[in-house]
Design a protein around this ligand. Sequence first.
Ligand SMILES: Cc1cc2nc3c(=O)[nH]c(=O)nc-3n(C[C@H](O)[C@H](O)[C@H](O)COP(=O)(O)OP(=O)(O)OC[C@H]3O[C@@H](n4cnc5c(N)ncnc54)[C@H](O)[C@@H]3O)c2cc1C
Length: 403
Amino acid sequence: MKALICGAGIAGCALAWRLERAGWDVELVERAPAFRDGGYMIDFFGPGTAVAERMGLLPRLHELRYPFSTLEYVDGKGMRTSRLRMTEDFTEVISLLRGDLARSIYAEVSSPVRYGTTVEAVEQADGEAGVSVLLTDGTRRQVDLLVGADGVHSRVRELVFGPEQRYLRYLGHHVAAFIVDDAEVSRRTGAFYRMLTVPGLMAGAYALRGDRAALMFLRRDPDPALPDDPAVTLRRDYGDLGWILPDALRQCPQPPDLYYDPVTQVEMEGWSRGNVVLLGDACQAVSLFAGHGAALAMAGAWVLAEELGAAKGDMAGAMARYEERMRPAVTQTQEFGRGFVGWMAPGSRWRIAARDWLVRAAALPGGKRMLMKSLTPTFHDPLTESATDRVAVGGSSSGRWGR
Ligand SMILES: Cc1cc2nc3c(=O)[nH]c(=O)nc-3n(C[C@H](O)[C@H](O)[C@H](O)COP(=O)(O)OP(=O)(O)OC[C@H]3O[C@@H](n4cnc5c(N)ncnc54)[C@H](O)[C@@H]3O)c2cc1C
């Protein structure tokens, strides 16, 4: 069986990993000119670490992780306004760069990746098995399965399911992230996750190995339209807020090294059409407010491969069962994320004060566990119901993630 995967990110590489081990002939196409490293810090846990363990990746991820023991809110002078120590409650969370996670999966994939290339057109004839795919380099592929693992702004989704406006739910914020190579900014940031908030704006930073720092910016904005020059917009909004921000923003790169996007969730009624299926953020983005997007992308890849393996040629059935297993977790995580929208870049001073109060209260006995519970969604575990389990237990799934 032949598969073409569009997007060599977390979901695409995880699926390639699993399909090639099941004997599939896999090829990936990736729009970027080379493998996408760096990015932003993510917290990786739950079904993501469960899949990573099955893939034998956990030791590598532990080498790449950053110690995430403390979250601090600071003011414009860099002075702490509130703090949360995470040690005991966050031990299972692996904090690492998105690019480091993707690369550690990619390192174990042997299928070829065609960089600087995407899908130009897709043809599926009624009653015929397989898909004909025209690539932007002018070559054509005839495959049994085309997978759109190409992120929130999926090209495959656009070609096969229609324009993205139908599927994106805007969550009222713009997000930006970049990495600076600056020993002084890195030293002043420190190995804590530090954040500065003023009404409607949040800037966060974390020191990285090699005298670097990862920065993340969140801004409330009722308009999802992207600014003409995101770096200029960031300097305008955050350049006068103090702390490390003026120095870091002087070194703000241009896209693609600067990530800038409206914060959105992807909601779709169906994730497959014929022999084309979507995977990861392309069909199930939950947003940074919910976290878990990378974990669910890995879980989706695992479940899809598992169902394809059990399908014995029934591709439509495999895709339906993949969606059936993934959807409850995705819906629950998306709902959780929407409930969290007001708290990362609070819109008023009193909300910032309330947030600081909650963080301080978490230092009281029992407080941290309560706060952690409110920061973590509880959702059905899509991994528990394997095709084999379904035969054995008649379709029940009891696993749940959360604290
Ligand atoms: C600031 C921020 C913080 C986040 N924090 C967390 C967190 O703490 N925990 C967590 O689990 N998740 C987090 N996420 C979400 C997480 O990063 C995503 O859910 C995850 O990366 C999804 O993986 P994916 O493979 O589906 O998509 P992506 O990682 O976006 O990969 C898609 C790949 O497809 C490629 N591509 C795009 N378009 C095309 C095209 N037309 N043709 C070919 N290739 C294409 C891209 O270059 C990329 O390589 C965060 C996201 C953001 C933005």
